[in-house]
Design a protein around this ligand. Sequence first.
Ligand code: PRT
Ligand code: ZN
Length: 213
Amino acid sequence: MTKKIRIAIQKSGRLQEQSVKLLKECGLSFSNGPNRLKASCYSFPAEILFLRDDDIPQYVEDGVADVGIVGENVYIEKQKEISVIEKLDFSKCRLSIAIPREKEYGGPQSLNGKKIATSYPNIVRQYLKEQNIEADIHEISGSVEIAPGIGLAEAIVDIVSTGSTLLSNGLKEVETVMKSEAILVSTKTLDPEIQLLLEKLIFRIKAVNTAKN
Ligand code: PRT
Ligand code: ZN
């Protein structure tokens, strides 16, 4: 029996639709009902695993999935021993610092001694270290944008796409910490048969993305 490459994608959320679309454009057909955890492909030796995006780096590091599609922001935050194979050109966003609109911004150094709320503590810690800033990181898992309004923090670091969430919460974007887009990640060492399947897949992804640009 030929081996199958196991591909982890987001179960539901902002990455889901385009991850499915990309794989389908690469000729991988599978059914993705709302309650499925995995699906077999009819047309390519692959199995699709549907997971929360936060769990994908761990599954790939453990080799439960051979490859996965995640946002670069999640890849960097999770600090797992996995390889970045390809940038995928969708789900583009940035991780930015924002402060209350009425406050004056005096550069990164003005964050010294402040409280920063974020769902990305590792990325923020690294940024503060590089900038030589001592600030207090307050980790929260959702609705980060409400933190300044309720007195939990003086600044936030969160994902920004159009900026409308910041605007409607009375915040302004003052600094970009990192840019992000969807990426394909893989296990560090792959079985040779799976490696060949991955190379086929990468070839198709490149062809699909070149045709678009
Ligand atoms: O359930 P699961 O854990 O799988 O999903 P999730 O809720 O953690 O993630 P999801 O689906 O919201 O986002 C998945 C990935 O999409 C992120 O990790 C980013 O790489 C990417 N992405 C792209 C975004 C956005 N754009 C985005 N706008 N992720 C989140 N947002 C949110 C942001 O948190 C903020 O609340 O949208 C709001 C800002 O958007 P604007 O347009 O108002 O600026
Ligand atoms: Zn998530």
